[in-house]
Design a protein around this ligand. Structure first.
Ligand code: ACM
Ligand code: ZN
Length: 735
């Protein structure tokens, strides 16, 4: 039947115009009511636009003209004629963002009671335009009555961990608005970078916007106030409210790096270069903290007309407040039971200040700890229990937890988002308390290079379920989603896979030596470029599509490309020659089942990355490494080397002692080498250390044994104090 279906639109159009038109209509989010009529309206250079004369309506018309021209090449007429597009303010269309769109052979009418509604009607009309320049476009006759089911339909971008230029932000605002997302939550300050210029405190950006990475390079960036205004205006023109987030009292290392006198210890603090939660936070017992934050908020409120300011409030360790005289004095003077009480005091004071500026405070759900004022809006990320707590105390909520777009697509794909009810658990929320939902993109592993592959196409499913909470029909959604890809391609959007990670890698020793790297991806047109000199691959680097055989040990960097554009950060594989390759290993004590890797992972010639979750690292929780390799025949050895990793924030520490032995029978061992390590459990930097022994003369041995003594209980002032440390190694290298 391929011949018939290819001709469908040509042959059936004559008799059944509605059929083909219907299958061509692919609006996301799905309108609440859509009735397709007979015929179509021909939009061309004679089409005029008629609209109310107010300033916002004029902006909307300008937006429509520009959008039609960009997509179809048609320059809408400026003359007067009855045949055209009419925008009408009509109070009978109920709802703040509701609109009616009617297309007949005579013309197109968009009616709404508000400017917002008119604008969304225009965005729907854009989705009815063909994607080609032909001088005219036939818009199917139809009748749409539409309005969102949720008032808050947001996307959050963390620009602290990685910086995103204004051009990237504006491109996202264009895309989000096209799918009727109405809120951009701009997470502007973090431990790893302060990104908004504050005139009164220039060090916030001079110092706080820049970090010195582990390799010595400088990373950073910030937005000038002029750029912030530009983004806010760009968003306003697209019906999007920008909600700034200024984190307090935690996640504030970058601010404290600039102004250490605002921390409890008043000691120098670094702009963070690792991810996680940091103990240095603003000192609540110091009045100067409030003076500072109020001055910052004064400027923030001046830049962002939104009625809300998000103050973060999540992940606030109280260690410093517990040990700080000023904080403790304040706690007792206020009659507060504990440090949660101090947090509540802090948030309420900031809330009151913001209220004086006609701004509603939003905070992550931790602000409920110690009690929150009921006017605060709570953004729920830790789960339904927190949401229910917030509702029980009368707070309004935004549900973000199920929509963390930094989580791998394989676990949170389009299908899963589409099947998620943002109201799950809150169906009985009192009227007005459930505001809607938000999809956050935290940027530890997202940069301008790969962020779009995390945002899209998942954001389209999110847009659909927050706009339209009617019955779900995945096949119908999938059909409409497919129709979006050419449009996204035309806009050079680096969208990822729907329900799989962009690419997954499997590397293992090859059958005949060397290694074999296999990739999996279902995204059409994806190719992998690679380098072996440690540099980032470019489009000019050699490429492969699914399998690459590696003969020589070294560094391999692989990056996926599509349409000539890099789609993700490089993945690095490090291979080493190993005389022990593939030989049997026995452990005196088995590793943790969660970190046992593949068979022979300690002699597969593959080193781990700086991420102990990468499948190459083998870990013991609280016990020693004691591994023996049988080389199966007497072998001449020149040296032994073993790597260990430390990530103290994750309770992973170097061993206290490492010893190498050899044997000819596997029973009687002679010690070759022992080394005692000085482990700094307080050093939070990720660290891989190699313990290496070289023999001046070759040694003959059949068996090699490596023992490493676990650090033991974590010291009292560390993360995980009292628990046993983890010990991780990735390879026992013999040469
Ligand atoms: C959060 O994810 N820390 C709000
Ligand atoms: Zn303090």
């Amino acid at each position: 039947m391929p011949k018939f279906s290819a001709r469908c639109c040509l042959s059936l159009l004559l008799v059944l115009p509605g059929v083909c038109a219907a299958s061509a209509i692919a609006i996301i989010p799905k309108p609440q009511q859509l009735v397709i009529d007979q015929g179509s309206y021909r939009l061309d250079a004679h089409t005029t636009v008629d609209a109310p004369g107010d300033a916002r309506a004029r902006e909307i018309v300008a937006f429509l003209r520009e959008a039609v021209h960009a997509q179809t090449g048609i320059q809408l007429s400026r003359g007067g004629s009855a045949q055209g597009i009419g925008l009408k303010l009509d109070p009978s269309v109920h709802g703040d963002e509701a609109y009616r769109l009617v297309v007949t052979a005579k013309g197109i009418t968009i009616s709404a009671a508000t400017d917002q509604g008119l604008f969304w009607g225009v965005q729907t009309l854009r989705q009815l335009l063909p994607l080609r320049h032909a001088g005219m476009a036939d818009i199917p006759a139809l009748h749409i009555e539409d309005a969102p089911s949720m008032a808050w339909r947001g996307m959050m971008l963390d620009v602290g961990r990685h910086f995103y230029p204004v051009s990237f932000i504006e491109k996202q605002l264009d895309l989000l608005s096209y799918y009727k997302i109405n809120t951009f939550h701009w997470h502007l300050t973090e431990d790893q970078g302060w990104r908004i210029a504050i005139e009164r405190y220039p060090r916030l950006t001079a110092v706080g916007a820049w970090r010195t990475e582990a390799d010595g390079s400088r990373y950073g960036g910030f937005y000038t106030q002029q750029q912030i205004r530009e983004v806010v205006e760009y968003a306003r023109l697209r019906n999007i409210t920008v909600v700034p987030e200024i984190e307090m009292p935690g996640h504030s290392s970058a601010a404290l790096a600039a102004y250490p006198q605002l921390s409890c210890t008043r000691q120098p603090v670094q702009v963070a270069i690792t991810w996680g939660v940091f103990k240095d936070i603003y000192c609540v017992g110091n009045e100067a903290t409030f003076t500072f934050l109020q001055h910052v908020l004064d400027e923030v409120v001046g830049l962002f007309p939104a009625p809300y300011v998000h103050i973060g409030g999540d992940e606030t360790p109280k260690d410093r407040w517990k040990a700080c005289d000023s904080c403790q004095t304040l706690m007792h003077a206020q009659g507060l039971a504990d440090e949660d009480g101090l947090q509540s005091y802090f948030i309420k004071r900031i809330q009151k200040y913001l209220a004086g500026k006609h701004r509603t405070l939003i905070g992550w759900d931790e602000i409920l700890e110690g009690g929150a004022d009921r006017n605060a809006i709570i953004e729920i990320w830790r789960g339904e229990a927190e949401g229910r707590k917030a509702l029980a105390s009368g707070n309004r909520i935004i549900n973000a937890g199920p929509f963390y777009l930094d989580s791998p697509t394989a676990g949170l794909g389009v299908k899963k988002i589409y099947a998620t009810d943002p109201r799950q658990g809150y169906a009985d929320a009192p009227t007005g308390l459930f505001l809607g939902a938000e999809a956050p993109l935290w940027s530890e592993r997202a940069t301008p290079l790969n962020a779009e592959s995390k945002l899209y196409p998942r954001m389209l499913a999110f847009a659909e379920i927050t706009w339209n909470d009617g019955p779900r029909n995945y096949a119908d959604f999938e059909r409409r989603l497919q129709a979006q890809y050419p449009w996204l391609d035309a806009r050079e959007v680096n969208y990822g896979q729907e329900d799989q990670d962009l690419a997954t890698f499997h590397i293992a020793p090859g059958l005949h030596g060397g290694w074999l790297l296999q990739t999996t991806s279902g995204l059409p047109g994806l190719v992998f470029h690679y380098t072996t000199d440690g540099s980032d691959p470019t489009q000019g680097s050699p490429e492969f599509t699914d399998t690459l055989a590696i003969q020589h040990a070294g560094t391999l960097q692989v990056m996926p490309f599509r349409h000539g554009r890099a789609m993700d950060l490089a993945t690095r594989f490090t291979t080493v020659g190993n005389l022990a390759a593939g030989k049997p290993i026995t452990y005196a004590r088995p590793p943790s089942p969660h970190y046992s890797g593949a068979a022979n992972t300690l002699d597969d010639g593959l080193l781990g990355s700086d991420n102990f979750h990468d499948g190459q690292w083998v870990g013991w929780e609280g016990g020693d490494l004691d591994a023996s390799i049988d080389l199966q025949q007497p072998t001449r050895l020149h040296g032994i080397a073993v790597d260990f990793i430390q990530q103290s924030g994750s309770w992973v520490l170097l061993p206290k002692q490492v010893t190498f032995y050899v044997s000819s029978d596997g029973q009687h061992w002679s010690q070759l080498y022992a080394r005692t390590l000085k482990v700094d459990a307080g050093d939070a930097h990720p660290l891989v250390q190699r313990i290496e022994f070289s023999s001046p003369v070759p040694i003959s041995a059949r068996y090699v044994r490596v023992k490493a003594e676990n650090y033991g209980p974590l010291p009292p002032d560390s993360a995980g104090a009292g628990h046993n440390a983890w010990l991780f190694t990735d390879e026992i290298m013999l040469h």
